[in-house]
Write a protein that binds this ligand. Structure first.
Ligand code: 6PG
Length: 267
């Protein structure tokens, strides 16, 4: 690792030379959290985003993880999903299925994708209902503070505009505090109709990782983690503040190139 730093607020920064090195460490990080969670709770509830993250998780499908991870205990969710059919090229479910889920022995009944045959509003409502049932049976843990679901791991990509999940800058859903899952029909990144976890759910997770590679993300990374003008509108990525959990940023050199020295102390 090129650099690792911590802030005393549970945020950690890990920077790697390139995407290949990052993806090896990301696989290790996910496998370790899976082991710890299965030891503690008997299951591992992980929520995925779309985008390049899924490719960066690819090493989990290879040795040693293909054999050492207890895949039968994994439960898969989506932090956000595009409201298109599951066979559509834009579907985050399809992306994860083609590149990850079809290559490891996760039980089909543990894969919780959205209902793709209803409106965005209904899909969000249905997905929240599914999550509520799994919180009741403790497949998903619950936050002691706000009764939100407490996923073992929430994995986020980062948009060049600073969005995470389908929470875009200045969008009113950033203020949503009641619902666990909501919907938008005006996403600036196509396709327009999406469902998304809300910020309180993301911030209630035991672990949150934000993964970004490439120079196109450098400005968003800087604005999300450095001390910036408090009068600027907050970036969604900056608004992710785990209540009791940990937030780890996984970056390559290019994505980290605009971070100001001294924001994080070296560990
Ligand atoms: O469905 C989506 O569009 C995503 O969940 C979205 O939040 C994504 O993670 C970022 O846009 C980063 O995508 P890239 O890593 O491909 O740039």
């Amino acid at each position: 690792m090129a650099f690792s730093g911590n802030k005393n607020d549970g945020r950690e920064l890990r920077i790697y030379e390139n995407a290949d090195e990052l993806s090896s460490i990301l696989a290790d990080y996910i496998a370790e959290l899976s082991e710890a969670s299965i030891k503690e709770r008997g299951v591992f509830a992980i929520a995925l985003s779309g985008g390049s993250l899924i490719t960066l998780m690819g090493k989990l499908c290879e040795a040693p993880y293909s054999k050492t991870v207890d895949w039968a205990k994994w439960y898969i969710f989506w932090v956000d999903e595009r409201v298109v059919s599951k066979s559509h090229a834009d579907s985050n479910y399809k992306l994860a299925k083609d590149r990850f889920l079809s290559k490891v022995p996760i039980l089909h009944s543990h894969v919780h994708s959205i209902n793709d045959s209803v409106t965005a509003e209904q899909a969000a409502e249905d997905y929240e209902f599914v999550i509520r049932q799994l919180v009741k049976t403790r497949v998903i843990s619950v936050s002691e503070i706000n009764d939100c679901p407490k996923f073992d791991l929430v994995l986020l990509g980062l948009g060049p505009d600073g969005h995470v999940a389908s929470l875009f800058p200045n969008h009113p859903v950033l203020q949503e505090t009641e619902q666990w899952v909501t919907f938008i029909t005006d996403s600036p990144k196509p396709p327009p109709e999406r469902i998304t976890f809300t910020l309180p759910v993301i911030s209630s997770a035991s672990n949150v990782a934000i993964v970004a590679t490439g120079g196109g993300k450098a400005e968003a990374v800087h604005l999300a983690i450095d001390e910036v003008d408090p009068n600027w509108p907050e970036l969604p990525a900056r608004m992710v503040r785990p209540i009791y959990g940990d937030l780890v940023w996984f970056l390559d050199f290019a994505a980290a190139s605009k971070i100001q020295c001294g924001t994080f102390s070296t560990s």
